[in-house]
Design a protein around this ligand. Structure first.
Ligand SMILES: NC(=O)c1ccc[n+]([C@@H]2O[C@H](COP(=O)([O-])OP(=O)(O)OC[C@H]3O[C@@H](n4cnc5c(N)ncnc54)[C@H](OP(=O)(O)O)[C@@H]3O)[C@@H](O)[C@H]2O)c1
Length: 304
């Protein structure tokens, strides 16, 4: 089986490439601006999602049975400031991927986001009505619609939340920023009024590979347990034995953000659990993250 992973240089994409290689797939992966650093064994191509002809070329070369579309313009504030770019990459790019998948009869997995919800309630189920409050969420929701238009059970939309993990390509995320600060004895500001379901990226990648192999389709929430960003940072401090007072609770309103954030975009994951997909307990996943981070910093990423 041949899989095409878009966004292989991203936080999740890198771990997806690794997970599919370990599952025995022939892996084709794409990058955009950053040179791919392994894992060894995948075939890499540059892709510009905003150019439908480029999407068609990559499909022609990779001829995938499955495409896992993880690439996106993920800078939430950047999307608000550059809505045209967000529209071209997240919506039109996903539409082009879905069209190529349909044309070639490839199964499509689309990695979507908790930010399709307005965050007024939290613990959202798959059938709850999305109502994005920022441009990133809106363009990702349009990507969902393009994916859901594929025939029958030929697609899977996986909504995830607050990804954290070590990224061998150097991609920053809240988890890595907080971990580095705590390890260096610096303070960390963390929102205590934003709730989500922090999800460990390497685990998520393995879960997606498992879902593809089991033939799951439709919409699925795959994420960790609900907590605030502040609680997450506190747990990280606990995992590295740092002074918890280094973690400073901060209201979202204190940050000058271009895009509004949902107050509580946590996800209800009961459907995934029923399929045997269960995120490890937060303490265990966070410990795994810290160990991976400390180990990986000393190794050549292509050999991880
Ligand atoms: N991070 C989160 O907390 C979170 C939460 C919910 C959902 N998600 C979704 O999960 C997926 C993975 O997120 P992530 O955090 O792993 O992403 P990421 O680290 O920001 O990586 C994004 C990837 O997309 C590629 N890319 C960006 N613009 C592109 C373009 N115009 N054409 C082709 N490729 C392009 C990047 O390539 P280069 O690096 O080579 O430029 C990179 O490989 C995304 O679909 C995101 O919407 C993320």
């Amino acid at each position: 089986m041949r899989v095409l992973v878009t966004g292989g240089t991203g936080l999740l994409g890198w771990w997806l490439v690794k997970a599919f290689l370990e599952t025995g797939f022939e892996v084709h992966a794409t990058y955009h601006t950053r040179k791919p650093l392994g894992p060894n064994g995948a075939s890499w191509r540059r892709l510009e999602l905003a150019d439908p002809a480029d999407v068609a070329r990559v499909f022609e070369e990779a001829r995938p049975d499955v495409v896992v579309h993880a690439a996106a313009y993920t800078d939430v504030d950047g999307c608000e400031r550059s809505p045209g770019l967000a529209y071209r990459v997240n919506y039109l790019g996903t539409l082009a991927v879905a069209r190529e998948a349909a044309r070639r009869g490839a199964f499509m997995v689309y990695v979507s986001t908790d930010y399709v919800f307005d965050g007024e309630r939290g613990l959202y189920r798959e059938e709850d009505t999305p109502r994005p409050i920022n441009y990133y969420g809106l363009t990702k929701l349009l990507g969902e619609a393009s994916t859901a238009a594929l025939p029958g059970d030929s697609s899977l939309i996986v909504r995830v939340s607050g990804l954290y993990g070590y990224s061998p390509t150097g991609k920053r995320n809240f988890g890595v920023n907080a971990l580095e600060a705590l390890l260096e004895g610096r303070s960390v500001k963390a929102f205590d009024d934003q709730y989500l379901s922090p999800t460990y990226a390497p685990w998520l990648a393995g879960a997606i590979a498992k879902l593809v192999s089991s033939g799951a389709s439709g919409v699925l929430h795959v994420a960790g347990e609900r907590m605030s960003r502040y609680e997450f940072a506190l747990r990280l401090a606990e995992a590295v034995g740092a002074d918890p007072s280094l973690v400073r609770p901060t209201p979202m309103s204190s940050a000058r953000l271009a895009a509004r954030r949902p107050r509580d975009s946590s996800l209800d994951v009961r459907r995934a659990k029923a399929l045997g997909i269960t995120h490890p307990p937060a303490a265990q996943a966070i410990r795994g993250f810290v160990e991976e981070y400390l180990r990986a910093r000393t190794e050549d990423p292509s050999t991880l």
